[in-house]
Design a protein. Structure first.
Length: 97
């Protein structure tokens, strides 16, 4: 029996809709791009881990709930910034020809 009669997944249906509207162009990544993306993600994960370690060491000096909340918010903002920066770099690698 062939796959032609098999039901399609939600992902396959969504991709067909995007292709039909012209809103998606599938790009195959080269091995070099895959390696670069892995390197970028690895470096940024390390930077996020460093920020978390710094946060943990800063917790020892906290004496009030307000200071604790401030440190938590700072860590959250830093992680968000680093994640956004990482995704930007990954997209640069993906879009490079």
């Amino acid at each position: 029996m062939s796959d032609k009669g098999a039901p399609k997944s939600a992902f396959e249906l969504a991709m067909e809709k995007l292709n039909a509207r012209g809103g998606y162009k599938e790009r195959k990544l080269t091995d070099k791009q895959k390696a670069e993306i892995a390197d970028v993600r690895s470096r940024y994960r390390a930077r996020i881990a460093e920020a978390e370690i710094q946060h943990q060491s800063n917790l020892s000096s906290v004496s009030t709930y307000e200071e604790l909340e401030k440190l938590k918010n700072e860590l959250a903002r830093e992680k968000e910034r680093l994640n956004a920066e990482m995704e930007e770099k990954v997209e640069e690698v993906r879009s490079a020809s």
